[in-house]
Each structure stands twice: as structure tokens, then as C-alpha cells.
Design a protein around this ligand. Sequence first.
Ligand SMILES: CNC(=O)c1cccc(C)c1Nc1nc(N2CCN(c3ccccc3Cl)CC2)nc(N2CSC[C@H]2C(=O)NC)n1
Ligand code: NI
Length: 184
Amino acid sequence: MILMKDIIREGTPTLRATAKKVTFPASQEEQNLGLEMMEFLENSQDEKIAEKYHLRAGVGLAAPQVNVSKRMAAVLVPDNQGNIVFKEILYNPRILRESVKRAALNEGEGCLSVDRDVAGLVVRTDRITLEFFDADGTRHEVKLRDYPAIVVQHEIDHLNGTLFYDHIDSKSPFKIPENTVIIE
Ligand SMILES: CNC(=O)c1cccc(C)c1Nc1nc(N2CCN(c3ccccc3Cl)CC2)nc(N2CSC[C@H]2C(=O)NC)n1
Ligand code: NI
């Protein structure tokens, strides 16, 4: 199982590299990694398991974060009632369309690879059309908005070596640009 010791932190080169596309069908190793990343998210969201293994909770994890520079990520997004609203292992995810409307988490963003609080709004696109492939190479296209859309954008950033605080306006980190919805 993936533990916090397996997650690389700032300063490790892979975190700033551009990850390579996966070819299909994904190898057994790539399929296992996808499942292990999803298992990590499930474990991290389970109070007892997270406490037992000292896991930080997350709703997304990208392969570069476990030092594998491949374009794959797991996302497991619950709503405030704990019902899963988006659960996927994404291979070669790509944003096809972006709304004009922007969105940001009211509390800012955290990252399992960043061991510090970096305050400030991370302004992203509110609604996206996402293309991704599954392990068999089957193409999927889904529309996402608000929290799930933010999580997917955060994880795709990891595939391009971008970290959430790269988006924070250091001069006025809490300025809310127009046409931006704040997500509680
Ligand atoms: C600096 N302020 C903050 O971090 C921050 C502070 C407050 C609120 C939010 C909303 C913040 N922001 C933020 N909170 C999260 N979690 C909330 C708690 N949750 C969780 C926790 C326990 C059980 C189950 C679950 Cl589900 C896990 C996920 N996750 C992300 N991100 C940014 S997009 C990728 C995603 C990620 O997985 N990061 C590790 N941001
Ligand atoms: Ni992250």
C-alpha cells in the first residue's frame, strides 16, 4: 500500500517534470499503480485507517507524486455528506473545454506533496470538459464543475510539473477576480 513515505515532496525533481503519456493497453504495472493510488485515497479518507497509517487525507493523487513521471492520476471526490461524486483512475487526462467562469476553494488548496500551508486563492476554471482514457484505452469525455473540476485541474497540473501555489497572486493572494465563484 502507498504510505506518506512514498509521496515525494517539494524539491524532488519529478514533481516539476512533465510526465509522459501512457500507451494502451496500460501495462500490468501501470494498472496496479492506478489501483494503488485509488486505494491510498480511500485509506486516507477513512479516519481509522488514516490514523493507523498516519495518512494525510486527499481527494486526488497523481503518479508524479509517487515518483512515477506518467500521465495518470486517481481522484476520489466526496460531497459534504460523504457521498462519492467523482471516482476515476485517469490515464492521459486532458481538458478539452473550459468555461469563462472561474472558481476557487474558499479555504485555498492543500497538496500531499507540500508540507506547509500556502494561503491564498487558487483561481481555476469552474466548468471543464475532461477527456481521459481508462486502462484499456477506452476514451471517456465528462463534464465537471465546482469541486470535482478543481480537483481534476489540480491533478492535471501535477502531470505538467505545476503546483497549486504557482497560481496564487502573491501581490494580493485573497483578491477575488471578477467572474469567480468561491466554493465553500
Ligand atoms: C490550505 N487550505 C486547505 O488545504 C483547506 C482547508 C480547509 C478546507 C479545504 C477544502 C482546504 N483545501 C483543500 N482541502 C482538501 N481536502 C479537504 C479535506 N479532505 C478530507 C479530510 C478528511 C477526510 C476526508 C476528506 Cl475527503 C481531503 C481533501 N483537498 C484540497 N485539495 C486541493 S485540490 C486536491 C485536494 C487534495 O486532495 N489535497 C490534498 N484542498
Ligand atoms: Ni497536489
